[in-house]
Ligand binder design. Structure first.
Ligand SMILES: [Cu+2]
Length: 179
């Protein structure tokens, strides 16, 4: 548990960089780049998996800016393709479904978590080993991109432990889909 907690704290300390859009070449004055949200990322993780498998990426995003943004695509050197997915209930069955974008409303927190929104890492180009970190780049609608490091947790992990309260519910063994 100590190790897990430490890793989680390390993850919180990791820096997510928002690339500013290129300023027009004619802008002689030192104007700030067009106002755009500051997107903070924490608790970014995935599960250990073998090469060729499909993984899922999870994280908490907070838009501290005053304007909404959206994640419109994602990519990673460790996956052939990265899709944006959500889960929907259909006739009592949970199904995954691609979504065109993930909204990041101003001033709000958006959670990518098991059973909900997630990044689908399709066709892992190499094994993901517990304890390492793998990068994923999120492309934002307003021109920037954000590179996030996912911490690789155990193959059956349900994510980093919350910093205070323990998980109030257990889903029991085997219920989580391991994609
Ligand atoms: Cu999925």
């Amino acid at each position: 548990m100590d190790r897990r907690r430490r890793q989680f704290l390390l993850r919180l300390a990791a820096v997510a960089v928002v690339a500013a859009p290129l300023a027009p070449s004619t802008a002689a004055r030192a104007q700030p780049a067009a106002a755009r949200p500051e997107i903070e990322v924490s608790a970014a993780w995935t599960r250990a998996a073998s090469q060729g498998a499909t993984g899922a990426g999870y994280m908490v995003l907070r838009n501290r800016g005053t304007t909404a943004d959206r994640i419109v695509s994602a990519s990673s050197p460790v996956a052939r393709t990265v899709e944006l997915h959500t889960h929907v209930h259909e006739g009592g069955v949970m199904r995954m479904r691609p979504v065109p974008a993930i909204d990041l409303p101003a001033g709000q927190e958006v959670r990518l978590a098991p059973g909900g929104l997630h990044l689908m890492l399709i066709g892992l180009t190499r094994p993901l080993r517990e304890g390492e970190r793998v990068p994923v780049t999120l492309t934002l609608e307003h021109g920037g991109s954000l590179t996030v490091e996912l911490e690789v947790m155990s193959a059956r992990s349900r994510g980093p432990a919350p910093s205070s309260a323990p998980m109030g519910h257990g889903h029991g063994g085997g219920a989580s889909h391991a994609h």
